[in-house]
Design a protein. Structure first.
Length: 342
């Protein structure tokens, strides 16, 4: 979600950017090809560490993404009169910031130069708590998926039936599909599990008794098998171009994966029922282009309703693309405010 803002920053060739990470996976998997881009691990949020890193980098502005906030770092910037912002943030009454004993945290958050929220509910909540520094901008992820929607890294797949994709699937989504796959002979399934280690792939293959192949083994001159399991990373966003319906993983555990990539490619979206923390999923659900799935009967019913009425399916596919296009623009709002602060 930070990529559109990163690219905006580097439109000025004299700008430099230091991007920090806390986890090895984030650090190792993110790269940006620019000689003025630097990445580092962020030290633990102690006062001494915060002072040292701010003194060393001496930034013009400190930018946090979502809710990964380092209060001592924010406080150090405030003391040195360095601007700080949060982008793509969402706040809920239940968060620890709003507990009685978190008054110090609230004071620090109120010292941030701007807090950009992804929804009006978050903006209204913060304003009700006395925040003067909050602005609803929308979600930069819409800008990012639209920016990436024209990129393509894999060659065409031959698909001779309706196609449904499981994106970043977990065990629960895979089990539900395994229960109905034999009954749906006119559907080809692409399964992109969120883990692709050898043990996981073997377990996944064993769930399906019908034609099943790994992506690395397919013959591009032939139609894909009934079930195609993706055993490579970095392909999911492109694969959504081949499907009409996307069943996104994580919705049964409350850890829903990215649904906007699938929507930007015109997929009607299915997900598990635990979407309270995901305003984009609630939004698509309310717009009737997203469906909550509770069990295999739900899954089968929704799929059949969509595939048996192609006019309705096409209309929903068109609508989800329009919805995502209409949500773009957060990056522009944020950048215009950043220019005022630096």
């Amino acid at each position: 979600m930070a990529m559109p803002l990163i690219e905006q920053i580097f439109k000025n060739p004299n700008n430099q950017l230091v991007m920090s990470f806390f986890s090895p996976s984030g650090y190792e998997n993110f790269n940006y090809n620019n000689k003025f881009f630097f990445k580092c691990y962020l030290p633990l949020d102690f006062k001494r560490n915060s002072k040292q890193i701010i003194d060393f980098i001496n930034p013009k502005i400190l930018i946090f993404v979502k809710y990964d906030l380092w209060l001592n770092l924010i406080n150090e910037c405030h003391k040195k009169e360095i601007s700080s912002i949060i982008i793509s943030s969402k706040f809920r009454e239940q968060q620890w910031y709003f507990k009685f004993k978190a008054k110090k945290a609230i004071k620090i958050l109120k010292s941030i130069s701007r807090i950009f929220t992804i929804d009006k509910d978050s903006e209204n909540l913060l304003k009700s708590k006395g925040f003067k520094n909050v602005l609803y901008s929308g979600d930069t992820r819409y800008d990012q998926v639209l920016q990436e929607s024209n990129l393509f890294k894999i060659q065409d797949l031959k698909i001779d039936h309706n196609c449904i994709i499981l994106g970043s699937s977990w065990k629960k989504e895979e089990e539900l599909v395994a229960e109905i796959v034999d009954e749906m002979e006119d559907v080809k399934w692409i399964i992109a599990p969120h883990e692709i280690d050898e043990k996981k792939l073997k377990t996944l293959q064993s769930k399906f008794n019908i034609s099943c192949s790994l992506f690395s083994e397919i013959d591009y001159n032939k139609p894909i098998p009934r079930v195609l399991i993706i055993d490579q990373i970095g392909l999911l966003a492109d694969l959504y171009s081949f499907s009409e319906i996307a069943f996104i993983g994580g919705g049964f555990s409350g850890q829903l994966h990215n649904i906007l990539e699938a929507g930007a490619k015109g997929n009607v979206i299915l997900f598990g029922p635990k979407i309270e923390k995901y305003p984009e999923a609630k939004f698509l659900y309310e717009e009737n282009v997203g469906y909550k799935i509770n069990d295999s009967l739900d899954l089968k019913t929704v799929i059949n309703e969509l595939l048996n009425n192609k006019n309705t399916l096409r209309a929903k596919q068109k609508k989800v693309i329009e919805i995502i296009n209409n949500q773009k623009g957060a990056t522009k709002i944020i950048w215009n405010e950043i220019k005022k602060l630096i």
